[in-house]
Ligand binder design. Structure first.
Ligand SMILES: NC(=O)c1ccc[n+]([C@@H]2O[C@H](COP(=O)([O-])OP(=O)(O)OC[C@H]3O[C@@H](n4cnc5c(N)ncnc54)[C@H](OP(=O)(O)O)[C@@H]3O)[C@@H](O)[C@H]2O)c1
Length: 286
């Protein structure tokens, strides 16, 4: 089989960086992208990856130009991995709309714009695979995590709609929902805090930072294994060989628990409230 061409966003560290190494090890071609590539992707020079500067929070038009540039590198793209993302941390009262929007510009619009720019190409050749890196946070709210959680919930909706729109063109789409994995996502350098201004949240904010610091470096998930499984799913090989292409895929024991608990709690609530829920339909009597 001819080598696949991959485009991966957010390759300076974590899952993105690991994707680059493992894609190259398969014998495929990869366009490794990241913001400030000249300084932040230097470690990928000489690996065989094509490197492209791409800040996914740019406008839709600027992103489309970048994707056009990416398409020229190998004459096409077979697999897109929408991976880049970061955590903007604050309780809602302290989370000003500008910070929420900044988070959405990367975590939602970034993936939306890159995907939209690539769709005409995949649609024309009637093939392509798109993987979104969502999160268990797309299934569960957490204190101080509104910006991040709501962005990952949004991706869940975008992916479900997209799946139903583009299956007819032979394009496959899935979303991965990792639990905690040992990358730079929870480093204090990458989590964006802004000093809170409301004294009532002072202790809360301290506890959040303490929690983040305690988890960072002790996450249960191994990003090398996660990326290997994601590649298997996206290519239908290895541990995913012979299985139907999944619409979503949690990763890690914690990711599994979050999704299972949510499903079980929701089913329980639906059973307990079923009569109440259906009581709003029109009846024959009106
Ligand atoms: N690790 C986990 O526990 C976990 C769990 C669930 C989901 N995820 C998701 O996994 C994805 C990858 O994160 P990671 O865990 O590998 O963390 P990471 O090591 O912090 O990597 C995040 C990557 O995203 C890039 N990025 C952020 N904003 C960007 C932008 N505007 N344009 C382009 N690149 C941008 C970062 O680049 P810079 O170096 O320039 O900041 C970095 O390369 C994210 O979507 C994250 O939400 C992670």
């Amino acid at each position: 089989m001819a080598p696949l061409v991959w485009l991966v966003t957010g390759c300076s560290s974590g899952f993105g960086e690991q994707f680059v190494y493992q894609i190259l090890a398969r014998g495929d071609k990869v366009i490794a992208t990241g913001r400030n590539a000249a300084t932040k992707l230097t470690h990928l020079e000489g690996t065989g990856a094509a490197i492209l500067d791409l800040d996914i929070s740019l406008s839709a038009d600027e992103t489309a130009l970048k994707v056009e540039q990416a398409l020229q590198i190998y004459g096409g793209i077979d697999v897109l991995v929408n991976n880049a993302g970061y955590i903007e941390s604050s309780p809602i009262e302290e989370l000003v709309p500008e910070r929420l929007l900044r988070s959405y510009n990367t975590n939602i619009f970034g993936h939306y714009n890159v995907t939209r720019a690539l769709l005409p190409h995949m649609r024309e050749k009637r093939s392509g695979v798109i993987g979104f890196v969502g999160s268990q946070a797309g299934w569960m709210g957490d204190p101080s995590a509104t910006a991040y959680v709501s962005s990952k919930f949004a991706l869940e909706g975008i992916v479900e709609c997209l799946q139903k729109e583009i299956a007819m063109f032979g394009i496959q789409v899935t979303i991965f929902e990792p639990g905690y994995f040992r990358t730079q996502a929870l480093s204090q350098q990458n989590i964006q805090h802004e000093p809170g201004k409301i004294p009532a949240y002072e202790e809360f904010n301290k506890a959040v930072i303490q929690y983040e610091k305690a988890v960072y470096g002790n996450e249960p998930g191994d990003p090398v294994k996660a990326v290997s499984r994601m590649i298997d799913v996206l290519t239908g090989t290895g541990t995913a060989a012979g299985k139907p292409f999944p619409p979503r895929m949690p990763l890690g024991t914690d990711g599994l628990k979050v999704m299972r608990d949510k499903c079980q709690d929701t089913l329980k609530m639906l059973d307990e409230w079923e009569d109440f829920i259906v009581s709003t339909d029109f009846t024959k009597e009106g």
